[in-house]
Ligand binder design. Structure first.
Ligand code: PEP
Length: 255
């Protein structure tokens, strides 16, 4: 049984004060949610404050990016060593990093390895662009992204993969749950080829792209889909907790 997983990617939103207020509102409305892993990924500058706020709560923390080197002359970058004191997870290979900041499959692969050797659990994002989807290249692209990043590592403890079609991110046009489940099944088959059946079967694979409290039920009703990586909708406490609660209930967990 895979534990359902919902993560919120706040992107470049919230000052430290706004981040604290958002977390405070979430904690106030949290109720008794159990059996689901919840992760918040605020901007780097808020990690310390939120880490302290979450100490006694069942919500975990993640960063949105990371350099693959441990330290040195990389002005403005944040290293795995710095993050591992503050958070458990790190989003790697998000399409906004790939397409706006030139992160190649090779760079993302180095980051996944650096996370794995520094006790950070990657939320590793893969997904095709619109033209790749429309020309039938989705599986080819995803296969390349996964194989380049994972093929020469033995395993990545705690790894979570997020299938995020680029055309669905921030557009309000989510993939259909059938299409997402089909692609996620394909992702599991690629991981099985690389690491074998046991790891593939236990791996959490999320859907991400315009998830809201109105459409989450369709996604998590699919047996293949273990939860969601949520962008815009994670910036509203009630909306995000609505996504978390529905995911827990539909996956048979208690609230
Ligand atoms: C994301 O940034 O990972 C994402 C899925 O964004 P949104 O939910 O806003 O589409």
């Amino acid at each position: 049984m895979r534990i359902p997983f919902v993560a919120g990617n706040w992107k470049m939103n919230t000052t430290v004060t706004e981040a604290e207020t958002l977390v405070y509102t979430m904690l106030d409305q949290l109720d008794n949610i159990a059996g689901i892993e919840i992760v918040l990924c605020p901007p780097f500058v808020s990690l310390l404050a939120i880490n302290m706020m979450l100490k006694d709560f069942p919500i975990k923390l993640g960063a949105q990016n990371m350099h693959f080197e441990l330290k040195g002359a990389h002005t403005g970058e944040i290293s795995p060593l710095m993050l591992s004191e503050l958070c458990e997870f790190v989003i790697l290979g998000h399409s906004e990093r790939r397409w706006y900041f030139g992160e190649t499959d090779e760079i993302v692969g180095k980051k996944v390895k650096a996370a794995a050797t520094n006790k950070l659990k990657p939320i590793f994002c893969v997904g095709e662009r619109l033209e790749e989807n429309e020309t039938g290249k989705t599986k080819e692209v995803i296969s390349r992204q996964i194989t380049t990043a994972l093929a020469d590592i033995e395993s990545v403890p705690g790894l979570v993969i997020a299938y995020e079609p680029v055309w669905a991110i921030g557009t309000g046009k989510a993939a259909s749950s059938e299409q997402a489940a089909d692609t996620i099944g394909f992702i599991r088959s690629i991981v099985k080829k690389i690491w074998g059946k046991d790891i593939a079967q236990n791996l959490r694979i999320l859907y991400g792209g315009s998830v809201t409290s109105d459409n989450i039920a369709e996604f998590v009703s699919q047996q293949e889909i273990d939860g969601a990586l949520v962008g815009g909708a994670s910036l509203k406490a009630e909306e995000f907790l609505g996504i978390v609660k529905q995911s827990a209930v539909i996956k048979g967990k208690s609230i």
